[in-house]
Ligand binder design. Structure first.
Ligand SMILES: Cc1ncc(COP(=O)(O)O)c(C=O)c1O
Length: 370
């Protein structure tokens, strides 16, 4: 689905030097590379505080811990997402409240959120799924009206630009109270292991998240709150510093690949191509089709027989996962997500695509659907 070797080969001298410099410095934990990456990402995102941590799941957990949410507080999130989003809500003893998504952009449905808000609702976690923003301006209005926190899950959408109705542009993850991201290798900004970060413009939240990620201490061996051990290591930070310099060109490469797929597949009666949110750019972490009247498994097998990988993100809605079973949510509770889970298929998309490969992929898809 991604070509990380091809990407590495293009920047090999920079990466090799960055990694070796860390090895030679022996500053493996909390070294200067971590602080430099943090400052460079703050500048790139136009946000006051970036707090690096060990992975995207930790980022969501630390964000929720910093907001001081209490057992039983309700947190609304999308049913159509990676499990990590709901996992940390449940793990902290909070109550995940799931809502459906839009059938075209796959992002969280604002009208559904309005219906799900109760006096116990404390936060909403929109997921910028597959590489574009949820309807953030509407969401922020709703949050203000009901005094709710917004934690943006930006794991799949780092670098995305969101444009407000008045024309103001900001980066995804800097709109809500906290943004959380993952640097998992296949992410748009991925390291060579695990990594993650929280972003915020709020001084107090920034300090709190930094403290929680570091065992609840701001001064060594003085623990003010119960925290966790969640660090980005220096080698990963060094890799990320190099890749951050290429992030915009990586987005352009993914957008070019998406445009090629669009052109080839747009008018097919059995295919719905990914819709764009008019307020957001799309960085195509995934290029996801919705199939109509076509056998998805057989298409996947057909593509596999031609050595073309294709993935199902995601095959089971959260509310039908064993771990998140809840008597409130039975089959049919979220019809859009349920339908998407039965009919989506993601084609390979990455920074190293070329037209020859894409031509082969498209021809193979069309051949099957004929
Ligand atoms: C939407 C979303 N949220 C959270 C995560 C968790 O990130 P990590 O794997 O770094 O813990 C992921 C990673 O796949 C993700 O896609």
């Amino acid at each position: 689905m991604v070509d990380l070797i091809g990407q590495y080969e293009k920047i090999q001298p920079e990466i090799d030097k960055a990694i070796l410099d860390v090895v030679r410095s022996s500053a493996y934990i909390n070294g200067p590379e971590v602080k430099n990456f943090q400052a460079e990402l703050e500048k790139y995102l136009g946000v006051k505080h970036v707090i690096p941590c060990a992975n995207g799941t930790d980022a969501l957990q630390i964000a929720m811990m910093a907001l001081g949410l209490k057992q039983g507080d309700e947190v609304i999130t999308a049913d159509f997402t990676y499990a990590a989003t709901a996992e940390v809500i449940a793990l902290l003893g909070l109550k995940p409240i799931l809502v459906d998504v839009y059938p075209d952009t796959f992002t969280i449905n604002i009208e559904a959120i309005k219906k799900a808000i109760t006096p116990n609702t404390k936060a909403i976690v929109p997921v910028h799924l597959f590489g574009q923003c949820a309807e953030m301006e509407e969401l922020m209005k709703l949050a203000k009206e009901h005094n709710l926190y917004i934690i943006e899950d930006v794991a799949q959408a780092i670098g995305v630009d969101y444009t407000y109705a008045d024309g103001k542009k900001v980066k995804a993850g800097t709109i809500g109270h906290i943004g959380c991201t993952s640097f998992f290798p296949s992410k748009n900004l991925g390291c060579y292991g695990d990594g993650g970060a929280m972003f915020t413009n709020n001084e107090e939240l920034g300090k709190k998240m930094k403290m929680i990620a570091n065992h609840g201490q701001s001064v060594q061996y003085y623990h003010d709150v119960i925290g966790v051990n969640s660090r980005l290591d220096s080698i990963q930070a060094a890799v990320l510093r190099v890749k951050l310099r290429h992030l915009d060109e990586y987005a352009t490469a993914r957008q070019k690949a998406a445009a090629y797929y669009d052109k080839a597949l747009a008018n097919h009666p059995k295919i719905q191509i990914p819709a764009r949110n008019t307020h957001s750019t799309h960085v195509f972490h995934q290029y996801t089709l919705v199939l109509k009247n076509a056998d998805r498994n057989k298409l996947r097998e057909h593509l596999a027989s031609k050595e073309i990988p294709a993935m199902i993100y995601y095959p089971v809605p959260l509310h039908l996962q064993k771990a998140y079973k809840d008597p409130r949510y039975t089959e049919g509770a979220f019809p859009v997500t349920e339908n998407l889970c039965k009919s989506v298929i993601s084609l390979p998309i990455h920074t190293e695509m070329n037209e020859e490969t894409q031509g082969y992929i498209v021809a193979s898809v069309l051949e099957f659907l004929k």
